[in-house]
Design a protein around this ligand. Sequence first.
Ligand SMILES: Cc1cc2nc3c(=O)[nH]c(=O)nc-3n(C[C@H](O)[C@H](O)[C@H](O)COP(=O)(O)OP(=O)(O)OC[C@H]3O[C@@H](n4cnc5c(N)ncnc54)[C@H](O)[C@@H]3O)c2cc1C
Length: 454
Amino acid sequence: MFTAYELQRAAVRPLQITLYESSDRLGGKVRTMHFKSADVRYEAGAAEFYDYSHFGHDPLRELVEELGLPIRVLGGSAMVVDGAVISSTDDVRSCLGGHAEASLLAFDRLARDRMTPSEFYASGDDGHATAREPAAGFGATLETIDSALARRYVEHLIHSDLAAEPAQTNETYGLQNYLMNDPSYMRLYGIEGGNQRLMDELAARLACSVRTGCRVESIEAAPSGGFVLRHSPGADAAEDQHDLVVVALPHDQLCKVTFGGARLREAVDRHRSHHDHPAHYLRVSVLFDRPFWRESLSGSFWMLDRFGGCCMYDESSRDPSMTHGVLGWLLGGDAARELARATDDEIVHAVLGSLPGFLSAALAANHSATMEARVHRWIGAVSALPGGWTPMPLERRHCPDPVGHPGFFLAGDYLYDSTLNGVLDSAERVAEWIAADLAEGRLPRRQGEHHEGT
Ligand SMILES: Cc1cc2nc3c(=O)[nH]c(=O)nc-3n(C[C@H](O)[C@H](O)[C@H](O)COP(=O)(O)OP(=O)(O)OC[C@H]3O[C@@H](n4cnc5c(N)ncnc54)[C@H](O)[C@@H]3O)c2cc1C
């Protein structure tokens, strides 16, 4: 959707664009849902948007504004450790001791020294995969924290953002996920009325043919130029031809499409194995008749030292008029993958059992009732190491065979930073290249075709 929208904006001539979507809705992992037992919303996928506008150009924030969508600033600074709330360095000292506090401050200095806020922002220009360091895992960086309590604190703090274990990612991405907890590096917001409104507003402005319920099965170069795309079930013909193709799939979906012709297949296989670093999420949203936790915890979210470190959202804080309470658990990494194998009931039982003692007591004291719970499994759906161990040049990331298949592009968050900002950066990059090629007359065409391009 981002690519189609950016393309229709950037192209100097009208284009015929077709968007294929296998499910019956647009928006992918940006999904706002409603409970059945009350008309209450929750986010089933992407939780929040990352705000870089305090540095300058922030394409996602600008798009949200352009679409006229009101935002709500989100924030949280607490971490629950062994049943105690830590929200300041004083709390760290009193809960974890002076050694842990000193160790944590030393790590914090190291992280800030390795990446200033403006370096953090600039890393978005060529994807957050600007890592120049050798392929050492972030686990090695964490090992330098000499207090075990402080190390565990950092691991738990960033686990749900990484959606992976420290050894599965590199130092740059690990540090970014640590530093983004500081508002001088990054801020957070949601869209009033639900994050999916972004996709709905975008869909309403797409001047292209949108085919939902249309799964792309295979793509290969056509003998006459351009590409043949086969899809199913599809209301129309099961085979279409296009001059250019942008494959905007998450990396875990690439293996489900057949890429025809040895050269294209090999190029996509290389691309896929370079980016094959699956990370996992498990999201559980529970509806209560009231927000029983508000006397003990404020903010839109806090971290909890369970499931290897998880994020708990006060989903109901997104809507101040709501009288119900919604708690969301976002589990990441190995804990998410393992618990996702259990039934929904078992998962809900496990997350409710993870409530710290003071919240279980508040739940009982308020006679709050659990009304409904929803589980969403996102296994392998994001990348633990966007850009891969050795980042490729941007052009190669988006165009895996520039000589053999110059009209074949890929776009996705796994090429940047596993976020919506990354998808938009990637989409903009591809759209600008295509628009420039079109303006310069370099657009590959099918033989005998005289239209403006599809
Ligand atoms: C639980 C969770 C929390 C997250 N939280 C955040 C967050 O707070 N902030 C943030 O910025 N990002 C977050 N993300 C990441 C964010 O959701 C992704 O970066 C973003 O959705 C990726 O967009 P995409 O278009 O690349 O992929 P998707 O959103 O997955 O969209 C891909 C689309 O392709 C369709 N499709 C798949 N196969 C085919 C096929 N063969 N033919 C046609 N269509 C096909 C799918 O149905 C889907 O609609 C989160 C992700 C998860 C899972």
